[in-house]
Structure formats: C-alpha cells, structure tokens
Design a protein around this ligand. Structure first.
Ligand SMILES: Cc1ncc(COP(=O)(O)O)c(C=O)c1O
Length: 426
C-alpha cells in the first residue's frame, strides 16, 4: 500500500494523528481473491465481520455477494444496516456465538437470522424464546489453532463450539426442541502456516463426510475462516489455486457422502482486510535508556498511537511492518523500539509474544515524521478501545484514484460520556 507523503500529511493536517487509512483497491483485490476461491457450484464465502465492521467495508462485501458471519446482536444490525439481507432463506447473515448476550437473541429472532450455536445452553435460550426454526451447530473438532498460540480455536482447551463427541446428543436436543440442524460449522483458525491450514481443512472435511449421513436436514457445511496473511512479507502470496482446488474437492466429497447437493462455506476475516488499512501515527520524540546491571539500553521512538488503537502487538506480540512515511526506500539507520502514549509499560508496537522488546531496524527517524503501521486492517480498529479515555482515532477511506473520505471521526469526550447516567434502580 503506498500513499504519497504529501497525501498523508494533508490528511494528518485535516484529521490529526493517529488515523486509520484504508486502501479501497487492496480490499477489492482481496475480495476478488476470495470470490475466485468460491467461484464454483455450491461454494459460498462469508466475511467474519469482527475483523473489521466498518460500514464501508460491509457494503463492499454486500456488493460482491459475500455473506456475513456476525458475533453479536449489534454486528447483525450493522450488517443489515449496510444492506445485507435478513432472513434465513438463504442465511445471508449468520450469528455465531457460544453465549447470547445483550440484544443478540432478540435480534436473531426478529430478523430471522440463522443462529450458529456453540453451546447446548443456547438451544434452551432459543426454545424458551419460542424459536422453532433452523440452527447451525459450531463444532470443536478437537484440533486446529489460530495465528498465535493464544488463539485456541480447536482442541480440548478451546472454549469454542460443541465438542465433536457431543455433536449427536446436541443435535438430538435441537430436534427435541422442535428445531432442525441445517448447518455444521467449525472454525479451526489460520495456523501460522498455509500447509497446516490446508491439512486441517482436509481433515475437517473428511470428518464431516463421515458424519453427514446422520444429519438429513443439513444443507451446508462451513469450514470457517483462517486464510492466513503474511505480516512480515508484503509480497508473500497465499496459493489460491491450491486452496480453490481443495474447496472444490471438499464439497465433492461431502456431496457424495450426503447423497444430495450441499453448500460449502468459508468465512475468512483477516484475509480480506489485513493489508487494506494502515495506522498512521506521528513520532513525537526520540529518547534512550542506557545499559546497566538490569539490561541493555534502547532507543525509543515515541509515537502518538498506542494499544488503544492497535492492540495486536501488546496482546499477542503480533508483528506489524512499520514504515517511515517518505523514507520507505531509505537505508536503515539504527534499531528503535516504537512506543505509545499510554500509561502502561506494555504500550509497545515492537515486541514479541514473550513480551520482550524487539527493536526494529528503521531509517533515520525524527520527531514530526509520520510512521505507517502496516497491515492493520484486521482486528485493528475493530479491537480499539477507550482505555485512558482517549477516544477512537478517525478512519479515512482512500478510494481508487485518490479521493480520501472521512468515514468515522475522532471520538470526543462527549462520545465517551454519552452512556453515563444517574438512574436510581430502587
Ligand atoms: C467463528 C469464526 N469465523 C471466522 C473467523 C475469522 O478468522 P480469520 O480472521 O483468521 O479468517 C473467526 C475469528 O476469530 C471466528 O471466530
């Protein structure tokens, strides 16, 4: 993603720093990739909108015929508000969770959304609310894991889904409550390597194929999300042809085992949006510590973005490429730890998953320079918070051809205080 220095400076003058900048062209290319992956009979892609719920992104998905996986009542409402269809014929928006909270159950019922249940207790909640419609069951197949070890998407220690050996019992409970199981779902995560994802998806399809005969009402099987994005190498490519061939093969296997047509779904999140947005932040100062008996001295580039904006490095030790805007091709001049403004020592963008500082080789940096923290589109703004009462940074959408549009403004103190009330509860 390359936005000219002048352009970013101009936007920074208008909206201040830090800010998020989307690249429409990059997101559309990733959508085209996923459309290619699912361009075949009975294949359907969803967008796991938790990765990036911006209405502008949801509209791009809607226009491209990508369905939605939502994980809260408000996510469902955001998707509907962006133009995705309600109802379950077909289930354009699906609701995946292990728990109904807040408005989720009501939103699912009022809009005819397909519930993808991850816990048998949700059957009780649906039945008590008078629901007698179709459901999907999220299965924990006993294997798989996410992009880092902290993302535990399958196996004995994962909280997600119904353990595979309990699937038939859960399905009987669904039937006994007057509902029917129309989809089987599992999300086993990206895994750090493509080969691992490929093997896990094949294994998952194989296990579904052995089960499918016992589920006569099932119309669809979902392999979940998890197409990886390489955060270290901007030129790395996922072998899309192999993945497409795998999906076609998995569907054929399932159709054969079921003896009827079935839909095979995937629901990536990260892959669509990770490279399509950067967090732009300003260097406010450079300072250093000196080596002593406790450890080695480091040089810090202090910036105005923190983990309230992009939490992935602080939360998982995730790696994001960092560029000095306007000096992208300049030689490296030293190693810097990039640190933010929050009153937390872990407010560091250059660290690993053992919570150790990993200084980054960067060109000469001066106070006032803009840094671009790359590949921040997935679980970036979506995970930003109001810790320290700072307010979320604005989002800017850069259209192909260069027109920049503010799509969410910087949150103000009034925004933060809006929900504060003084109501006597008796
Ligand atoms: C149920 C479900 N589906 C899809 C995804 C998307 O995963 P990814 O962004 O790795 O593709 C997630 C991510 O947590 C998920 O929980």
């Amino acid at each position: 993603m390359s936005h000219a220095l002048e352009e970013l400076r101009r936007i920074a003058e208008k909206v201040g720093t830090p800010f998020w900048i989307y690249d429409a062209e990059v997101i559309r290319q990733r959508i085209a990739d996923v459309r290619y992956l699912t361009d075949g009979e009975g294949l359907q892609a969803r967008f796991a909108m938790k990765a990036c719920p911006a209405t502008r992104v949801l509209r791009e998905m809607q226009r491209a015929g990508i369905w939605i996986d939502a994980v809260s009542g408000n996510e469902v409402l955001r998707a509907l508000g962006a133009g995705h269809a309600a109802g379950n014929r077909p289930p354009v928006v699906c609701f995946t969770a292990d728990v109904f909270r807040d408005n989720a159950l009501r939103v699912v019922l009022e809009n005819g959304i397909l519930p993808n249940i991850g816990s048998a207790g949700m059957i009780r909640d649906l039945a008590q609310a008078g629901y007698r419609g179709p459901v999907s069951i999220r299965v924990n197949p006993g294997f798989g894991h996410g992009h880092v070890n902290a993302c535990d998407t399958g196996g004995p220690s994962s909280k997600h889904g119904v353990w595979f050996e309990d699937l038939e019992r859960t399905a009987s409970e669904v039937e006994a409550a007057g509902m029917s199981v129309v989809m089987l779902h599992a999300h086993i995560g990206s895994g750090p390597q493509f080969e691992e994802l490929h093997d896990n998806l094949s294994r998952l399809a194989e296990e579904y194929a052995q089960l499918i005969g016992r589920f006569p009402a099932v119309e669809a099987v979902s392999l979940g999300g998890g197409i990886p994005h390489n955060y270290r190498d901007a030129h790395a490519k996922v072998p899309l042809e192999r993945l497409r061939a795998l999906f076609v093969e998995c569907r054929a296997k399932l159709v054969e085992a079921a003896g009827r047509p079935l839909r095979l779904e995937i629901e990536p999140g990260r892959y669509y949006v990770a490279p399509g947005c950067s967090l732009v932040t300003r260097v406010t100062d450079l300072k250093e510590t000196r080596s002593n008996a406790k450890g080695q001295g480091v040089r810090f580039a202090m910036v105005d973005a923190g983990f309230v904006d992009l939490v992935r490095p602080a939360m998982y030790g995730s790696y994001h490429r960092i560029e000095v805007v306007g000096k992208e091709d300049a030689p490296t001049a030293g190693e810097l730890v990039v640190a933010g403004p929050l009153c937390e020592s872990g407010d560091i963008f250059t660290r690993d998953d053992a919570e150790l500082l990993v200084p980054r080789a960067l060109p000469e940096v001066e106070a006032g320079d803009l840094l671009r923290i790359c590949d921040a589109g997935a679980y970036g703004y979506a995970m930003s918070s109001n810790y320290n009462s700072i307010g979320r940074a604005p989002q800017v959408w850069m259209e192909e051809g260069g027109r920049a549009e503010l799509i969410s403004r910087r949150e103000s103190l009034e925004d933060l205080l809006k929900a504060e009330v003084s109501e006597v509860l008796g």
